[in-house]
Design a protein around this ligand. Sequence first.
Ligand code: G6P
Length: 482
Amino acid sequence: VATPATSANAYDFIVVANRLPVDRKIGADGEPVWQRSPGGLVTALAPVMENNDGAWVGWHGAPDETVEPFDQGNMHLVPVPLSAEDVEMYYEGFSNATLWPLYHDVIVPPEYHRTWWDRYERVNRRFAEAVSEIAAPNAVVWVQDYQLQLVPAMLRSARPDVKIGFFNHIPFPPYEIFAQLPWRARILDGLLGADLVGFQRQSDANNFLRSIRRLRGHIVRGSAVHVHDDAGTPTHISRAEAHPISIDTQRIIDLAKSPEVQERAKQIRSELGNPDTVLLGVDRLDYTKGIAHRIKAFGELLDDGRLSVGQACLVQVASPSRERVGSYLNLREEVEGLVGRINGEHDTLSHTAIRYLHHSYPVEEMVAMYMVADVILVTALRDGMNLVAKEYVASQDDQVGVLVLSEFTGAADQLRHAIQVNPHDIDGLKDAIVQAVEMPEAEAKRRMRIMRRHILSQDVTRWSETFLRSLSNEEIEVGAEK
Ligand code: G6P
């Protein structure tokens, strides 16, 4: 048993994630400065960190570089270094070319390489050690996402005194798919090191528990897994629960109310040539998001004459992501080819069919776009949650926009008054888009009111509080049930 850290630098609450919640920018004086980064995970956790006296352990985003720990706002940040080879094998390889497609319904084929697995294990150990060194006695550690699934068990064996939570931001696949993974049992053992394993949907938690039953032989009762060691001696109980993540609702509402953002929204609509209907898509350029499906459906509606250029315009923000991974390169080719073809056929000199933007934008600009959008298209083929759907709902303060939402997102469990679609069904998707464009205002208002009520009561603070409360309330005694 390792001795708990005793230095003054001991933290009671530690978040560990692949990425630190900051990006390095070059400031006006030419010196590098750290800025809070965009992205769902960061949006979700930054307020939690700021309300707690905690530390965040993660990679700072540049390969082959060691950065000393530093403070940013109320957060203590501990950078974990990754070499260029770590980035290639642990991040682009095992995390994003093995686990990501495997956990998202094998939309593209996962690649299985033993060298990538070895590196994943090594890098996970590095993160676990970094946490172990700074955690105060009996600290609470919250491990985030699929890049770090081995950290809970590694941490438990080094620091049995700490309380460990894990949250999986992406789906957990059905056993029949998970079973492909050559290291499936090792991943389950890694996760079972946590006292509480959180998932977006109850179906994800059920998939996880079913894999435990099939592969590990621990007793599973309800949400509780009675973990035993190789000799059959009970060690601890690990629980699997659904804790759907949300957004910083008030921040989006405040931005939607700000005169600058409202002014910007008017400007955007006029820059687009004041079409009757603005449709919007906002995604990382990822094959899980169904971007090509939605563009195809929109293109066919123009072909069929059910929509026309000038009357309707689709704005597609596709922010650059994982650009060195092969399937992402292919996707970019596909989407840009499709956009080029549709625009070539339908654009006029004054108006475009699809305004395609391969950029990422600050949140102020995103909220202005949400306010312009009469219809938002969230057509993911599989998505753990999808925070864009929730942000859109939060931003509709005076607006009465319509949300078209894939049933394969976690958000679909909560936003039941969206127009729900199966994005694989292109005819169904086309009808849903037309239904959204033509929806009477009274109905759009009614649906939006119900969805807003949900988003207002279930924000990200509520999410983290609920998770952390469940983590600290261990009602079941180890070995109490056999
Ligand atoms: C998803 C994952 C996060 C990840 C984010 C951006 O939301 O759940 O863990 O940070 O995508 O992807 P990236 O590979 O750039 O970190």
